[in-house]
Write a protein that binds this ligand. Structure first.
Ligand code: SAM
Ligand code: ZN
Length: 405
């Protein structure tokens, strides 16, 4: 196979010649190559490096596992760029991929990497006594087949990272596939990607429950064609029960835009909305916080220190993640709200300020540039939208919008 040298972070890597599997749209197609390295995932890997650094700083020295490694880029970058990685196990079931991994370990002069050529599940189950502090499940498609074994091999206090590229089922385009893989119903809405991320987390938490393990998300993002979640492990059935109590359903009324959260797994869902409409539902899924703001800030601070590409997209996205971290589940599309209110959309920052003045949580988010996350009831949000239009009209005709009476 023709290969080329790529540089990513501080690693130098031999990868299959990229031109061979680049599509006209500028994507890279796994079906066109026997060993896959996707340069467009560098964004995701940069963030992962900083996540692993934050974990290593907390725990001192850590062991990590990259069980679906391709050319080995993730495991090699962690071993090379993160202070405190004592050892990394880098594995792929493809012999050809393992050839790349071995050459890349040499190229980077690393002596803290063990290279393996096994099925990921076999490897992870065999390590349930010598557990890993960070396990990176980065497959083609769904991570679901690997979550059980990953929970068995995850050190208590460690972090499990999952990538899902099966965003179509998780976001409601293939309902049956989502039910089959994740045991949950997705729903196409303006916030369907957030629901997909929550379904993925909810699934992992239910699997972890079998291992007396509680998995709490510390960072989750939806970027381009994939979802990525980082789940912090804690030992104990009671902690796992507490997390499961925060799973439930989102009911979405298309008639009035209202959303209702119902907590519990086998619960009866309200059949009608307050407006008389019949709501759709999605779940079960994680309804707790998607990110830990302090953790996200530490990841950003590490990225800034690395200084590879200052001012880059990763920091902007992490900033948005921190902004939305303390908000409630689901968000609104500003244009949809404007249509419902019968006005043109006010500036997002003005809406945020007005909602905050009224005592509500209100933020932007990383999921959408035109999204509004708030705990204000939908009727009140619409009132706020209409108040802007009144304000504009009165100022346009020269009236004082705030007359002293
Ligand atoms: C998406 S690619 C990995 C990309 C890599 N993590 C990166 O960041 O470049 C998925 C890899 O998983 C490997 N794979 C798929 N199923 C596997 C299994 N059951 N056990 C081990 N490796 C597997 C494939 O050979 C492929 O190299
Ligand atoms: Zn309704």
């Amino acid at each position: 196979m023709r290969t080329q040298l790529v540089v990513e972070g501080r690693a130098r890597l031999e990868a299959p010649e990229l031109e061979r599997y680049r599509t006209q749209a500028g994507d890279y197609a796994p079906s066109l190559t026997s060993v896959f390295y996707n340069p467009r995932m560098e964004f995701c890997r940069d963030i992962s490096v900083s996540v692993v650094q934050v974990l290593a700083d907390e725990l001192g020295s850590i062991s990590i596992c990259d069980p679906l490694a391709g050319v080995g880029v993730r495991g090699i970058r962690y071993a090379k760029e993160v202070r405190g990685v004592e050892n990394a196990t880098v594995n792929d079931r493809s012999q050809e991929a393992v050839g790349f991994i071995r050459r890349n370990v040499e190229l980077n002069k690393l002596d803290n990497i063990e290279v393996r050529n096994e099925d990921a599940n076999v490897l992870l189950w065999s390590r349930r006594r010598g557990r890993f502090h960070f396990i990176d499940i980065d497959p083609f498609g769904s991570p679901a087949p690997f979550v059980d074994a990953a929970c068995a091999a995850l050190a208590r206090e460690g972090i499990l990272a999952l990538t899902a590229t099966d965003t179509a089922p998780l976001s409601g385009a293939h309902v049956k596939a989502c039910l089959r893989r994740y045991g949950a119903r997705p729903l196409k809405t303006e916030y369907c990607h957030e629901l997909g991320v929550r379904i993925l987390i909810g699934f992992a938490q239910r699997v972890a429950g079998r291992h007396e393990l509680a998995l709490t998300p510390v960072l989750a993002h939806s970027t381009e064609h994939y979802f990525r979640v980082y789940l912090r492990a804690r030992r104990g059935g009671r902690r796992a029960d507490e997390l499961l109590a925060q799973q439930g359903y989102v009911l979405h009324c298309r008639a009035c835009g209202r959303r209702v959260l119902t907590r519990g797994i086998a619960v009866e869902l309200p059949g009608a909305c307050e407006c008389g409409g019949k709501p759709d539902h999605a779940g079960p899924m994680w309804l707790g916080q998607l990110m830990d703001k302090g953790f996200v800030r530490r990841v950003s601070a590490d990225l800034v220190n690395r200084n590879f590409k200052l001012g880059h997209r990763e920091l902007v996205m992490l900033d948005r993640c921190a902004e939305e971290a303390d908000g409630p589940p689901t968000f609104y599309d500003v244009h949809d709200l404007a249509r419902r209110a019968g006005v043109s959309a006010p500036k997002l920052l003005e809406i945020l300020a007005m909602l905050r003045k009224r005592g509500y949580f209100a933020s932007r988010m990383h999921f959408s540039d035109i999204g509004l996350r708030t705990d204000a009831p939908v009727d009140e949000i619409l009132q706020v939208f209409r108040s802007f239009s009144v304000l504009r009209k009165t100022t346009e005709v020269g009236l004082n919008p705030f007359p002293i009476t």
